[in-house]
Design a binder for this molecule. Structure first.
Ligand code: TPP
Ligand code: SF4
Ligand code: MG
Length: 311
């Protein structure tokens, strides 16, 4: 028996397209990967369709963005986008996306996930990504239930919601994602519904143009385990889709927080936006200052200097 290991031939180096060469315009078809495996009628279809529309409208080349998610029905999202992306550990999409954003400032990093993934198991990461203001667009596809695991109470389920984990109805105060995001320090905070696609597209465009952590809570109905959850926000079902009053000052954090406190179905639109510096910028400046300080020195000399400082 031969003991010599055989290795596959090295793959060809990746060559990125020359940015100066004119490219064929990207279409929704080019950006569509697999057929989504969601239940017919699931609100997540609209969120995906609008994302593809956004990419097509902005003509974002496939190598200039990535779509990251955790685990859940909504988190299947990256499978359905023909571009770079990852379906990561449950609740950990934001730290993974933060690493990408900080190391590749040239990319636009999108995170898609559910109310459970981003606000329950991933709630701590949501808080810290918000306060660090890392340049990421995060879309919370909120159906107020754990859909993938077939109906458990989620952190946004209303009091009284009956599920496999609360058979007599939930007794816990739900999280208000908009209030949570504002309080934690996110710098673009909006609310949309998959039943109003044009409005969602507008908010996605604003998020892409924003330099910082942009959060959109998008109501996205789970027709299998919480049908009718958002009828009160849907004029076609007798509800009301109330836009944020035109005189609201998005720079006023307290006013935004108060507006977000309105009883369900509440308001829709951009609640809050600020120009606080991103961690991306602050960290890049810090790196540059350190590099200038040690200019001309070899790595071992920098290390030696650091050790000397510690003595
Ligand atoms: C560590 C870990 N805990 C629990 C699970 C089971 N699990 C998978 S998805 C999910 C919740 C999904 O809910 P949500 O994020 O709201 O997504 P949806 O399916 O509603 O879109 C849970 C509890 C898991 N996969 N990994
Ligand atoms: S279970 Fe609910 S959230 Fe999951 S695909 Fe079906 S309708 Fe959508
Ligand atoms: Mg959910």
């Amino acid at each position: 028996m031969s003991t010599t290991a055989t290795f596959p031939a090295p793959s060809a180096p990746v060559t990125l397209p020359d940015p100066n060469t004119p490219r064929k315009p990207l279409t929704k078809g080019d950006l569509t990967a697999e057929r989504p495996t969601w239940c017919p009628g699931c609100g997540d279809f609209t969120v995906l369709a609008l994302y593809l529309k956004l990419l097509e409208k902005r003509q974002l080349p496939q190598e200039s963005f990535c779509s990251i998610s955790g685990i859940g029905c909504s988190s299947r999202f990256p499978y359905f986008v023909q571009a770079y992306g990852a379906h990561f550990i449950h609740g950990r999409s934001l730290p993974f996306a933060s690493g990408i954003s900080l190391s590749r400032p040239d990319l636009h990093v999108f995170v898609f996930g559910g109310d459970g993934d981003l606000l329950s198991i991933g709630g701590n990461h949501f808080t810290h990504t918000s306060r660090k203001n890392i340049k990421i667009t995060c879309v919370i596809m909120d159906n107020c239930v754990y859909g993938l695991t077939k109906k458990q109470t989620s952190p946004t389920s209303p009091i009284g919601f009956k599920s496999k984990t609360d058979v007599t109805g939930s007794i816990d105060q739900p999280i208000n994602p908009v209030k949570q995001a504002i309080a934690a320090g996110a710098t673009y905070v909006a609310r949309a519904s998959s039943t109003n696609p044009n409005h969602l597209l507008q908010l996605l465009e604003g998020a892409v143009d924003h330099d910082g952590f942009s959060v959109i809570e998008c109501l996205s109905e789970c027709v299998a385990f919480y049908p009718g959850a958002f009828d009160a926000a849907n004029p076609r079902k007798g509800g009301a889709f109330n836009l944020i009053p035109a005189d609201h000052d998005v720079a006023n954090e307290v006013a935004a927080y108060k507006l977000a406190d309105a009883a369900f179905p509440g308001y829709f639109g951009l609640f809050y936006q600020s120009k606080r510096p991103t961690k991306n910028r602050l960290e890049a400046e810090l790196n540059q200052r350190s590099q200038e300080k040690f200019q001309g020195l070899k790595d071992w000399q920098i290390l030696k200097k650091s050790f000397e400082k510690m003595q």
